[in-house]
Write a protein that binds this ligand. Structure first.
Ligand SMILES: NC(=O)c1ccc[n+]([C@@H]2O[C@H](COP(=O)([O-])OP(=O)(O)OC[C@H]3O[C@@H](n4cnc5c(N)ncnc54)[C@H](OP(=O)(O)O)[C@@H]3O)[C@@H](O)[C@H]2O)c1
Length: 329
């Protein structure tokens, strides 16, 4: 079926400025780490992307290694772009990354200029794009000089292969140093992509302050703790869930009895707020104005519809926050 985007697509989404840049991102962005590889159903991938775009999600996040197999999420996304969205390229913020293992030999992972430039060239080919909007260094590389990594990002922007650059998984001090080098090179760091959810609050210990002080945006990944902070595992591990599938990064051993107890108690608070647990987990992150966007995943269009409702209630009463903190201790 040919896809015709909804004419209402910009009516309900909130857009937040990314740090002190000119770019605004949707408060909810979609990531293609899981559920968009060649192992997944292509028509389902298409439906999720259509619903996202129809709902005002303008930002799609990829990386060289997303799949499985690695690279296949970029291939599928490229196919969907060509089939359905190419006339809308200028409405989209598409990101990719390099840092994890992609190919054999010494130049296929980490942070050398050789790897980052070659990897982005491969990503552009897979997606059929001339440029990405944001290119990230995916994880810190403590063996390659930070100056080389940042000068590779600067080069990529000067070559016109990316409009903006970002860093991911950098700790507060590492991020501060990277941001400073990029500033000196004349290619400011647009955004940082850290892991952040109710179950993993490390960014509150300094990173968010560094980003705010330097005018850099923040887009937390896995805000639903890969599905733990949803109704998915309230009654066991479904076969079609991330923890139930062989390729998922969430493993059954992560779903301990203590976790389930926490999830059930959080679910009770969500119910009182008139939200699903997924919605509350996302609202809880978005309550902080330093957050530009929450970067979610979805295996079905229905999950995306549910998660998007988080935008209707991002205020928390003091007693709700105290109750949540007590559960998370
Ligand atoms: N920079 C990095 O190092 C890094 C690392 C990880 C992720 N990321 C980025 O962050 C994106 C999101 O990561 P993530 O997929 O782990 O995020 P997540 O939003 O924490 O988890 C997504 C999973 O939660 C479940 N889910 C989502 N909405 C739901 C709902 N409303 N109700 C019930 N279940 C729901 C689904 O699980 P089921 O599949 O079980 O249905 C879905 O696959 C990635 O795609 C990627 O772009 C970046």
């Amino acid at each position: 079926m040919p896809y015709l985007p909804s004419s209402q697509r910009y009516q309900s989404m909130e857009y937040r400025r990314c740090g002190k840049s000119g770019i605004k991102l949707p408060a909810v962005s979609l990531g293609l780490w899981h559920n968009f590889g060649h192992v997944d159903n292509y028509e389902n991938c298409r439906r999720i992307i259509h619903l996202a775009f129809d709902s005002g999600i303008t930002h799609f996040d990829l990386a060289n290694n997303y799949g499985p197999p690695p690279g296949s999420a970029e291939e599928n996304f490229g196919k969907i772009l060509k089939q359905d969205l190419l006339g809308h390229r200028d409405e989209l913020i598409i990101s990719s990354k390099a840092g994890y293992y992609m190919w054999e030999g010494p130049y296929g992972e980490w942070g050398s200029k050789k790897y980052l430039v070659s990897s982005l060239d491969q990503s552009l080919k897979r997606m059929g794009l001339e440029y990405v909007d944001i290119f990230y260094h995916h994880r810190p590389d403590r063996e390659t000089p930070l100056e080389e990594i940042m000068s590779a990002l600067d080069l990529i922007v000067r070559q016109g292969k990316a409009l903006y650059v970002g860093i991911s998984n950098y700790k507060a001090e590492e991020a501060k140093a990277a941001i400073e080098i990029l500033k000196q090179l004349g290619t400011p760091c647009l955004i940082h992509q850290p892991k952040y959810s109710m179950f993993d609050r490390w960014v509150e210990g300094g990173l968010l302050d560094v980003l705010e002080q330097n005018g850099v945006g923040c887009i937390p990944f896995s805000p639903l703790a890969q599905g733990l902070l949803t109704n998915r595992y309230l009654n066991g591990i479904p076969d079609d869930s991330r923890a139930g599938k062989p390729d998922g990064f969430l493993k059954p051993e992560h779903i301990t009895e203590a976790r389930i107890q926490q999830i059930r108690r959080l679910n009770e608070i969500a119910k009182k707020r008139g939200q699903s647990l997924a919605q509350m987990a996302l609202s809880w992150i978005l309550k902080d104005k330093r957050i530009t966007s929450v970067l979610i995943g979805a295996s079905k269009p229905e999950q995306l519809s549910d998660s998007l409702q988080c935008l209707h209630n991002t205020e928390f009463a003091a007693n709700e926050l105290t109750e949540i903190d007590a559960i998370l201790k």
